[in-house]
Design a protein around this ligand. Sequence first.
Ligand SMILES: *Cc1c(COP(=O)(O)O)cnc(C)c1O
Length: 228
Amino acid sequence: MADLTTNVADVRARIAAAADRGGRRTEEVTLVAVSKTVEPARIREAVTLGLRVFGENRVQEAREKISAVPGASWHLIGSLQRNKAREAVRLFQVIESVDSEELAEEISRRAVQQERVLDVLIQINVAREPQKHGAAPEETAALVRRAADLPGMRLRGLMTIAPLAPDPEQARPVFRMLRELRDRIERETRITLAELSMGMSDDFEVAIEEGATMVRVGRAIFGDRTRT
Ligand SMILES: *Cc1c(COP(=O)(O)O)cnc(C)c1O
């Protein structure tokens, strides 16, 4: 637990310093602790250290953990197949990985059936990496309009994953593009997109300087994983 205590304190201090550099308040930034591959007992330790929001990338893996870790809120950060939407709606408070109208419609339909309203983010493949999920930047406006209209969801903002790069500065233009895309779409559609989920262990400070309101941090909190 000692390492976890140190890591959490360290990440919090780095978030505060980055917010400061970006001229922002620390409270504007939500730390989403990415707990994929992490055992429930260790996630419960993280809860005792004050972490409350966790990110999981697989519905099936999240199912057992969520019941084993009370008092937390859960974000789905991995790609979602439509046939798992019903369960995702039951398990998660936020789905960050909506990247098509079909998926948005299915999530909404399932949420209405369960008498829930889910917070969602639209995932954008800013860098247009072929192997990555996410809508293309030019598809964003139509997707935003559609998601904002659906009864089972509250559209909160946009999410992106920057390309893997040795230097966090290489992610800065990607984060800046997401913020600028958000600003432009807000002007065009008059729909508020308050949240920007961007930044991971290697680049969350740069993301905060560029306007992130949610950072998804796994390894810097829980240590290295054997699989991703
Ligand atoms: C695994 C993952 C993260 C966290 O990555 P780290 O490098 O461990 O901080 C963030 N976002 C998504 C979508 C992920 O799959």
